[in-house]
Design a protein around this ligand. Structure first.
Ligand SMILES: *Cc1c(COP(=O)(O)O)cnc(C)c1O
Length: 432
């Protein structure tokens, strides 16, 4: 009945999430409310870790792509599972460090890092800076020269692969703001330039094809292309690039249209491809990195709302409005992302309606989704929107001066607050 095993229905007919009654959670903490499942987050971390150990002989590391969901507690959880993490801003980096994350296991991404961010990262001992292009290389070389230090870096390459996902989340093709292009020779030129810089230790190559990808083939092809470039560089200069980072983007099941494959199988097939190519070319096996974000946290989160107005427009549609919306989940407004929803206090009843779920912001585009099948919705009902663990809390805004909802973590049925909800005082605290 549900795609993920952390969802169930109890004897009261209420939706449960990791054994916690969602209707009681809504009562206890009010709505809107983000709820996360610690046990499943840990399980997901272990899937990647175990697969890298098994198929690639422990010569790999999964980095949690923390932009998917960033707060101190998630960095603590991920660190305790032995994963590294990637960050894409000074703010994410600061949060990780505040949570005690080992800076050696942090990878710093971004297509336009500021000089201040780079200085901050280097001063804190961040292990790896993933350079996005020549501008990044120039800025970091300057900093390293001034400070007389050496930075470990890799470079983001766009391998020219169309991974068949939504335009807004596709990043591996030549027309992308991220990285240096492989097919034009730009990537090779970058590597040759970086190798010669004396304050730069070029450790790896990186690519990230996009998000919500369901095929193995793009990852295999990316591994092949990047590895061939590494071999070409070795053949021409003798320089060995040690790390191959294949990014994230592993798809999850939001609705019945989505057909994800097992995450371990990506690692199995990429490991085979890499080992084969290395064998044939007498190239040392690179250390492999993967950067799952969504697939670690998305199914481990739901959002609870209270239904308010229900507006039937005869012959057109029914608007079911909830007490949140694009301020806590902008993904439908951004790129028509689809979700499943359940009336939590009527979870046993059949889904008898097709509705548009609207938020409470002053924008017609403020929708959680259209054509959503759901139980009969009445004001006062608790609605659960499923699989909101990734790119919801982390994308939340204060539009209409809505305070951000709290985040509650569930471990084996027990709830605790990991991010406090904001108050009106929080909203005005920086106003002069
Ligand atoms: C966003 C991003 C990821 C994670 O993508 P998911 O689809 O959440 O797995 C990994 N690496 C980089 C560089 C990213 O920008």
């Amino acid at each position: 009945m549900f795609y993920y095993k952390n969802l169930d229905i109890n004897e009261k007919g209420n939706l449960t999430f990791n054994k916690a009654d969602t209707v009681l959670l809504a009562k206890k903490y009010q709505t809107p409310l983000y709820v996360m499942d610690e046990d499943m987050i840990r399980e997901n971390c272990r899937i990647y870790k175990k697969a890298l150990d098994k198929f690639y002989d422990k010569r790999g590391l999964a980095l949690y792509a923390s932009k998917a969901f960033s707060c101190k507690e998630i960095y603590r959880i991920v660190a305790s599972e032995g994963l590294g993490c990637d960050v894409v801003s000074g703010g994410e980096l600061y949060t990780a460090l505040e949570a005690g994350f080992d800076p050696e296991k942090i990878y710093f991404h971004g297509n336009n890092k500021t000089k201040q961010e780079l200085i901050f990262a280097l001063e804190k001992g961040v292990g790896h800076i993933v350079l996005d292009g020549f501008y990044d290389l120039e800025v970091i070389s300057e900093i390293c020269e001034e400070k007389n230090i050496v930075a470990n870096v890799s470079v983001r390459i766009k391998p020219g692969i169309d991974a068949h996902t939504h335009d807004a989340v596709m990043t591996g093709q030549i027309d992308s703001k991220f990285g240096v292009a492989l097919e034009t020779g730009e990537a090779k030129e970058f590597l040759l330039t970086a190798i010669k810089k004396k304050n730069i230790n070029l450790r790896g190559v990186h690519c990230h094809l996009g998000s919500q990808i369901f095929d193995l083939e793009p990852f295999e092809e990316a591994a092949r292309r990047l590895l061939n470039l590494m071999i070409e560089i070795r053949n021409e200069t003798g320089y060995i690039i040690e790390e191959l980072n294949l990014g994230g983007g592993f798809g999850i099941k939001y609705t019945e249209k989505d057909d994800p494959i097992e995450y371990a199988s990506y690692i199995e097939s990429v490991s085979k491809t890499v080992k084969n190519i290395c064998n044939r070319n007498d190239f040392p096996l690179p250390f492999i990195l993967m950067e799952p974000g969504r697939s670690i946290v998305a199914p481990c989160g739901i959002t609870l709302y209270t239904v308010g107005s229900v507006k039937k427009i005869p012959g057109i549609r029914t608007y079911v409005s909830v007490d949140g919306g694009m301020a806590d989940n902008p993904r439908y407004a951004l790129y028509n992302a689809e979700y499943e929803a359940v009336i939590a206090n009527k979870a046993k009843e059949p889904k008898s309606q097709i509705v548009t779920i609207a938020g409470r912001c002053c924008e017609s585009g403020d929708l959680i989704g259209e054509n959503i099948k759901i139980q009969k919705a009445e004001s006062g009902d608790i609605m659960a929107v499923l699989s909101t663990g990734a790119y919801n809390y982390s994308m939340a805004s204060h539009y209409n001066r809505l305070p951000n909802p709290p985040v509650v973590m569930i471990k084996d049925g027990e709830d605790r607050v990991i991010v406090k909800g904001e108050t009106y005082e929080d909203i005005v605290k920086n106003d002069i």
